[in-house]
Ligand binder design. Structure first.
Ligand code: NAP
Ligand code: ZN
Ligand code: ZN
Length: 354
């Protein structure tokens, strides 16, 4: 097989777990018949980017280019592309491909493909080139049509970028667990994911309680849609809510006590983890046994549900609260993210990558 022709784009990458990100040049394949070529305008900064850049999940291949909350303009399409044309504004999330034949792919749950995350936007395999996939901290990307998403025209592009991961990662479990009116729902952590969890749970009609370690975020949480705020380090505040929640969505990125949260669930209540801390979280038996509670996880969302989420956001005018940064501010942004100092998602203005 002849090697596919490539072109160069500027990007930010890291050569090692302990190194900062810095400017570089990477190769993208020239669009094939089914590909969409995208000029990236904005890319959100997910905490997963930081875990990945620093190899906290132990599968990073270097040099690594993070970024999976991508919005941009279509610059060219392959001859067989039907859904998009040059000039369209589009989104790309955490997946750029999957096997498409396994039961999960056939059911539209590409995130649970039998190939694992081989189709990841970064950390996967560029099957045309046989190289690791490189993410959205770059000027452009080429993605097969089926993994490109339509953006509702009424949404601000930069504020819509984090919907591609933070949005779908919170929307999907809230839908799966049928969160709605009459339910008391907890969202744990007010970061990129958490602030979208609050907005969606509120939009779905639940009574929303935000758990935070940052008392300074309480007023914002109420503005974002929470009915109540609990300072999770205060045992008395937790105790006041014991046994009262139908569902809790845990977005915390670091070590924390899930057993204390489990005790807040009602009979048959569920705690879903979306946070992916580096270290395993110890789970005690009794908080689960009591009241037949359950603990589960959830991973982003499939392509059909991601489009559904974007359309829902278009209809309800939901976007993310963002702080725009330049590409060369990314290392400082990571340090601020580690201090829980993000309000509530950094988004890179890719025009700054000159
Ligand atoms: P983020 O913006 O940094 O937010 C994380 C929030 O967690 C912080 O703002 C903070 O909120 C809280 N927190 C941090 N350290 C804590 C600690 N030690 N104890 C208690 N709370 C703490 O991160 P994000 O982008 O929302 O991502 C959150 C996690 O989800 C990451 O691990 C990320 O990798 C993962 N993730 C998973 C998926 C998936 O598909 N499952 C998708 C995307 C991201 P407060 O200040 O309010 O306490
Ligand atoms: Zn993400
Ligand atoms: Zn599959």
């Amino acid at each position: 097989m002849a090697k596919l022709a490539c072109y160069s784009v500027k990007a930010f990458s890291t050569p090692a777990a302990t190194a900062p990100l810095a400017a570089t040049t990477i190769e993208r394949r020239q669009p094939t018949a089914t590909d969409v070529q995208i000029q990236i305008l904005y890319c959100g900064v997910c905490h997963s980017d930081l875990h990945f850049a620093r190899d906290e999940w132990h599968f990073t291949q270097y040099p690594a280019v993070p970024g999976h909350e991508i919005v941009g303009r279509v610059t060219a399409v392959g001859s067989g592309v039907k859904k998009f044309k040059a000039g369209d504004m589009v989104g790309v999330g955490c997946l750029v491909d999957s096997c498409r034949t396994c039961p999960s792919c056939q059911a539209g749950f590409e995130q649970f493909c039998d190939l694992g995350l081989a189709g990841g936007t970064y950390g996967g395999t560029e099957k045309h080139l046989g190289t690791p996939t490189l993410g959205g901290y770059s000027q452009g990307i080429v993605v097969t049509e089926d993994f490109v998403l339509r953006l509702p025209a009424n949404l601000d592009l930069a504020s819509a970028a984090p919907l591609l991961c933070a949005g779908i990662t919170t929307y999907s479990p809230l839908r799966h667990w049928k969160v709605g009116p009459g339910q008391k729902v907890g969202i744990v952590g007010l970061g990129g994911l958490g602030h979208m969890g609050v907005k969606f749970a509120r939009a779905f009609g639940a009574h929303v309680v935000l758990f935070t370690t940052s008392p300074g975020k309480a007023a914002d949480a109420l503005k974002l849609g929470a009915h109540e705020v609990v300072i999770s380090k205060d045992a008395a505040q937790l105790a006041a809510h014991a046994g009262s929640f139908d569902f809790i969505l845990d977005t915390v990125s670091a070590d924390h006590d899930v057993n204390a949260l489990m005790n807040l669930l009602k009979r048959d209540g569920n705690l879903t983890l979306v946070g992916a801390p580096e270290k395993p979280l110890p789970v005690a038996a009794f908080p689960l046994l009591m009241r037949r509670r359950s603990l589960s996880g959830s991973l982003i969302g499939g392509l059909p549900e991601t489009q559904e989420m974007l359309d829902f956001c278009g209809q309800h005018n939901i976007t993310c609260d963002i702080e725009m940064i330049r590409m060369d501010e990314i290392n400082t942004a990571y340090e601020r993210m580690l201090k829980s100092d993000v309000k509530y998602r950094f988004v890179i203005d890719m025009a700054s990558l000159k």
